[in-house]
Design a protein around this ligand. Structure first.
Ligand code: SF4
Length: 715
């Protein structure tokens, strides 16, 4: 636990972001480690803690006994001011050590609009911003993540950047750095050693060496879940996440992740279910998300959802699948998910006309979509979220108007079942490196605004809600997505002028970026323009195994409105990434012979046992707000294995009530009342709950049992 600022933290919003001390955090002793990493994420704690890549690396590094891996996140503006005024450095949440004291600072690069936060992390961590300014004793700064496939605009901030999968490379990097550290080698020699590791790009070499992306043969869904960290505050995605599939072979032509993470590698269903069981039991989570670029394409999705649903029926664990292709929605998936009817159901048709869907190779039909929509409303959802893009290559005004027609049709289907709400989310197409559309033009600000107006005119019915991505943010993303090193001065200038958290609507300031671009004499239009086929591209030296001829062929097929089939199901289409026998698509079908469906039971009615206990909030727990405190206590009781009784209705919650709030910043005592379905031994229960609480100064110290009563008639 690492509150380096004491009560000064009470001057910032949500101070619990900065105290660590979560249940499940490793918090290894500093002096016993031979190599120390600080993994950082350039956004707030509430966003970064949901990042699966960071969680995977955190587990792998900490499972190695000689490595310590700590965490840090971009501080909000108020915390940045506090760190500066208190002359403190940004620190690791577990060790409390300033970032500049670590051997390696790992920085996730999620997307272009986090670049200024990367500068904040380095600056507040008191690490020289540019790699060439760092000297012996400064940490190595290593980047990676899905935004690293064209890192050129910010490449000079990094000593090394990992391109591709990190599971194996992160250990090899650690071994190389430790060997150099033990033999007192200088920075140059350490970097030389890193250059021998597949996937490691050294920006100081420029384009001198072609770097091939790192690909792991298969994925292990349990990696991030063997030791899950349970946050002390609610996250934007407050759930455990299990990766069921990496890569996608559908071949949507706009999708960078779908291209660069090929081939598809599906996790074994038995391992997925086992990993989720471990994480839910040891973490006490209420929701689990099955993550992949298209969860519906995961071959054994039905049986995985069925088994999780049955195993945790008594604990009311919600299952969510954040990304679904419409044609992949089986009736059984919809039925199983409907048991946890949480929030809206998300579908991503991306384009509203058959021709444009062929251009982007989305591979779905309007019939697929409408049939799925009917199943979703029929199963009980009343809110559907649709994702579309505007500005796609060859798009005409009729394609935009069709978004309105299709959305109204979906609304009408919903009205047969309920009072529906259809949320139409529209973003602007941004051409991304390593995709068939990497040479295409992006529409400019004026054109985005004009096409948005068409949308506003056609999405005008009660029940339809239009949400559009900020055009300025899209344009800046478009400039950086295909930019080169000429853009670093722009990022530095924008940061100096106050740009932070540029991916947040309420923080993004287009004027700052306009002025920063002008100061470096950078033309927005030129960066959004079409690229020539023979033009050298800033990322040409980073090879993600995709054959350039394949990308060009796909682009030409797009212009002719021709589709390309899914290679996992219908045979190889020659994209070039596979290197059999080691690197090839993995379909989890083969594993299904071992995967049996297990029937679950649902206990209802019976006796109810009411208990009342006293708790104490002291130490760093005083930084926790009332609602977060309730969540901490609920999850601790789940982890302690208490037979909780749940409320009725769709969104079931443990029956727990708590005494009046204790204000943030104050210590104090309070009461909690809970209802259980069975009698428990009071002494053992207190011990189990206290063992399940995070080490921040929370304690159960007294317990009163109340009479049990029969509620079978009421349940
Ligand atoms: S090489 Fe063939 S099988 Fe492998 S991902 Fe590409 S298209 Fe699919």
């Amino acid at each position: 636990m690492a509150n380096m600022l004491g009560d000064l933290l009470l001057s910032v919003r949500r101070p619990a972001r900065y105290i660590g001390g979560e249940f499940g955090a490793y918090a290894k002793p500093w002096n016993k480690a031979r190599l120390r990493w600080c993994l950082t994420f350039p956004d707030l704690y509430e966003i970064g803690m949901s990042n699966l890549g960071m969680a995977i690396l955190y587990s792998i590094l900490n499972e190695t006994d000689w490595i310590l891996a700590d965490r840090a996140f971009a501080p909000a503006r108020d915390m940045e001011r506090l760190l500066i005024s208190a002359d403190k450095s940004l620190y690791g949440l577990e060790s409390g050590r300033p970032l500049h004291e670590f051997d390696i600072v790992g920085i996730s690069i999620p997307h272009e609009l986090t670049y200024t936060n990367i500068l904040s992390i380095l600056k507040l961590g008191k690490i020289p911003l540019l790699a060439r300014e760092r000297r012996t004793g400064d940490p190595l700064v290593i980047g990676g993540g899905c935004g690293a496939f064209n890192p050129e605009p910010i490449a000079e901030l990094f000593d090394a950047i990992l391109i591709g999968d990190g599971e194996e490379a992160v250990v090899e990097i650690s071994e190389a750095v430790l060997a150099a550290k033990d033999s007192n080698k200088g920075r140059r020699e350490v970097l030389e050693a890193l250059s021998a590791i597949e996937g490691v790009y050294l920006p100081h070499e420029g384009k001198a060496r072609k770097v091939k992306k790192r690909t792991v043969k298969s994925i292990d869904p349990s990696t991030a879940l063997r030791h899950p960290i349970v946050p002390n505050i609610s996250l934007v995605h407050d759930r455990i996440a299990v990766e069921i599939q990496r890569g996608c072979t559908r071949g949507c032509r706009f999708c960078q992740a779908g291209m660069v993470y090929r081939p598809t590698r599906q996790a074994k269903p038995n391992e997925v279910v086992k990993a989720i069981c471990t994480a839910i039991s040891s973490g006490g989570f209420e929701e689990c998300a099955l993550l992949s670029l298209s969860a519906g394409d995961y071959t054994p999705i039905d049986s995985v959802i069925y088994n999780i649903d049955n195993k945790f029926r008594d604990m009311w664990v919600h299952i969510s699948i954040p990304s679904v292709r419409v044609e992949a929605m089986s009736e059984e998936v919809v039925r199983s998910l409907s048991r946890s009817l949480k929030g809206g159901f998300t579908l991503a048709p991306e384009a509203a006309t058959p021709y444009l869907r062929k251009v982007i190779n989305k591979g779905n039909t309007e019939e697929d979509l409408l049939a799925s929509v009917e199943r979703i409303f029929e199963a009980g959802w009343r809110r559907i979220k649709l994702y579309f893009m505007i500005g796609l290559p060859s798009e005409k005004d009729e394609d935009i108007e069709a978004i309105g027609v299709l959305s109204r049709h979906i609304l009408e289907i919903g009205r047969r079942f309920c009072r529906p709400e259809v949320v139409v989310n529209v973003s602007t197409f941004v051409p991304k490196p390593h995709t068939p559309f990497q040479w295409e033009a992006m529409i400019n600000m004026e054109e985005i605004v004009r096409r948005r107006r068409i949308l506003q005119n056609v999405i005008n019915k009660k029940g339809l809600i239009l949400k559009m991505h900020d055009p300025g943010m899209s344009v800046i993303e478009g400039v950086f997505a295909r930019g080169g090193r000429e853009l670093l001065p722009v990022v530095l200038k924008a940061h100096e002028m106050g740009a932070r958290f540029d991916g947040w609507d309420d923080e993004f300031d287009l004027e700052i970026w306009r002025r920063a671009l002008e100061a470096s004499d950078i033309s927005i239009e030129r960066h959004l323009n079409k690229r020539k086929e023979d033009e050298e591209l800033p990322w040409d030296h980073l090879f993600v195994d995709l054959d350039r001829k394949f990308l060009l062929m796909e682009r030409d097929k797009a212009m002719r409105g021709e589709e390309t089939h899914d290679c996992l199901r219908m045979g190889c289409v020659g994209c070039g990434v596979c290197r059999p026998p080691s690197i090839k698509p993995i379909c989890a079908d083969l594993d299904q012979k071992d995967h049996v469906r297990e029937a679950g039971t649902e206990k209802r009615g019976g006796k109810v046992f009411r208990y009342r206990f006293a708790f104490k909030k002291s130490g760093d727990a005083r930084f926790i707000g009332h609602l977060d405190l309730i969540n901490i206590l609920k999850r601790a009781m789940r982890r302690a294995g208490l037979p909780l009784r749940f409320t009725e209705g769709f969104n079931k919650r443990p029956r727990i009530s708590i005494s009046d709030p204790i204000a943030v910043g104050e210590e104090g005592t309070g009461w909690i009342e809970i209802e259980l379905t069975a009698e428990v031994d009071v002494g053992t229960a207190i011990e189990d709950i206290n063992r399940s609480l995070p080490p921040i100064g929370l304690k159960i110290y007294r317990w009163h049992e109340k009479e049990g009563s029969d509620v079978s008639r009421r349940s």
